[in-house]
Design a protein around this ligand. Structure first.
Ligand code: IMP
Ligand code: MG
Length: 180
């Protein structure tokens, strides 16, 4: 039987230059907020890594890094809110200024779980920075401190975001368009 493959096209939503400009702005805001005190970036694997690296280079207070990976059970397109930690932090965060760095906040279920989990470890402060936000998709109440861009309800890839594990390495944000 012949297998019919859908071909995908990526439409640029936010060009690389715009992402870079915004990352620099957020880096400045973050640096001003912490006023010389060290900030501990908690990057959410895998999608948050590209943004974390770019942002870290634009922060001029002392930066340390750690990584956490969570998987959210769902029906494929919707996260359920039942979240499993698949890789925990290497170091304790008690008494530290923690800034969680994510690629995108969609329903907010994953982040809402993650923030509660981190809060219980008694950081000195806990803030959230996301490159992208789809506010109209929000189900769980999540307070975002720094947002790169608010975007419409479209499935996006690039700058860490994937479609079936691909396209994370695109230097811009794009929308996947399927045509038969
Ligand atoms: P939430 O729990 O619904 O907020 O799910 C957030 C996670 O879903 C993100 O960390 C992404 O991994 C994934 N996600 C949500 N929207 C998109 C998208 O447009 N493109 C790629 N991944 C997405
Ligand atoms: Mg993610």
């Amino acid at each position: 039987m012949e297998e019919k493959r859908l071909s995908e096209k990526i439409r640029v939503l936010i060009p690389e230059e715009e992402v870079e400009i915004r990352v620099r702005e957020i880096g400045r805001e973050v640096s001003e907020f912490y006023q010389g005190e060290p900030v501990h970036l908690v990057s959410v694997l895998k999608g948050g890594v590209f943004f974390t690296c770019a942002l870290a280079k634009q922060i001029c207070v002392p930066v340390s890094l750690d990584f956490m990976s969570v998987s959210s059970y769902g029906n494929g397109t919707e996260s359920s809110g039942i979240v499993k930690v698949t890789k925990d932090l290497d170091e304790p965060i008690e008494g530290r200024h923690v800034l969680v760095v994510e690629d995108i906040v969609d329903s907010g279920r994953t982040l809402s779980y993650l923030l509660e989990n981190l809060k219980s470890r008694k950081p000195k402060s806990l803030r959230l920075c996301t490159l992208l936000d789809k506010p109209m998709r929000r189900v769980a109440d999540v307070h975002v401190d720094y947002t790169g861009f608010e975007i419409p309800d479209e499935f996006v890839v690039g700058y860490g975001l994937d479609y079936m594990q691909r396209y994370r390495n695109l230097p811009y944000i794009g929308v996947v368009e399927l045509d038969a």
